[in-house]
Design a protein around this ligand. Sequence first.
Ligand SMILES: [Zn+2]
Length: 327
Amino acid sequence: MTKNVNLQVLFHRSVGRGNLTSFWLESWAGPVALKEKYPQLYALDSIKHCLVMDRFQISGGEGIFSWEWSRPPGSASELAEFVACCGEVSTFGFSPSSDKWIWGGYPTGTFSVRSLRSLWVSNTFSSLDYVHNWNNLVPLKLNFFGWRAVLNRLPSKTELIKRGVALSSSVCGTCGVAEESVDHLLRDCSWAKEVWSSIQLWCDIDLSNVGSIDCLLNTGHEFLKSPIQLKVTNAVILTTLWAIWKARNARVFNNIETPPAKVLEDIKTSSFLWIKNRGKGIMVNWVILHIHTLVLRIISPMVKLGFRKILMLCGDYMEDLEVCFDS
Ligand SMILES: [Zn+2]
């Protein structure tokens, strides 16, 4: 994840009263940590991991040092370091607020997924003409996973062998008939196909003509008319890819076989909770049609239009709406 991106540079400490920052070990007063700048003093300090506020605090408008030496500085060079260090620390711009991390990847200093993503694109995938559609309805890890799947950067057996890992076979452990490439294990394997088939039924969508994971995640499916429908469906697809990968890992690393029906239930539960909790303004209504079948209906932003308008627009979804409004 951090390839070509130096996170230590992108995040830096903003020191307020020095309550969270290491006095010697972090670069808070300047670009170099004080232990590098004043090594003889650092060697004499009894508590190497002390905080800034352990060594210096402002009280009543005056700066107060509190040292805990193994022995006091005595030589000329130690005293020279001591004077310089005291001067540097006492003139630092402290404030009463708590220390915090500042994100240097964006001018406001506020961390955002968008700014990290743009750094990621410019640093890691600058040579690849691929822009991933970020989906905030699901966790960050699912977006990264989908991204890596499209770029064929998941450690499937085929990819591992290409990178020189000694495996006895590249054949898929689930079906035993094809090489375990990323496309195969996530989409083409008979086991994965069973999961996708259930997803199509559940979401009432047609994925039969979608030829790649890239298309699955990044094309506008014709059967979905609104951007919200597209985004929610994309979230379900990301959740499905992730669930298939987790089930594959459970089999490979823990010898646990997961039936497609169990994976489907996990997908329903996870995607429902994520979309419900993360989709501000999106109202997802799940109606139980059969014991193990849920149907997804997206009502918002029509909710804002008022109940009468909703009924006009939703027409044949009346039953669903009644369930929704009664609950
Ligand atoms: Zn297979």
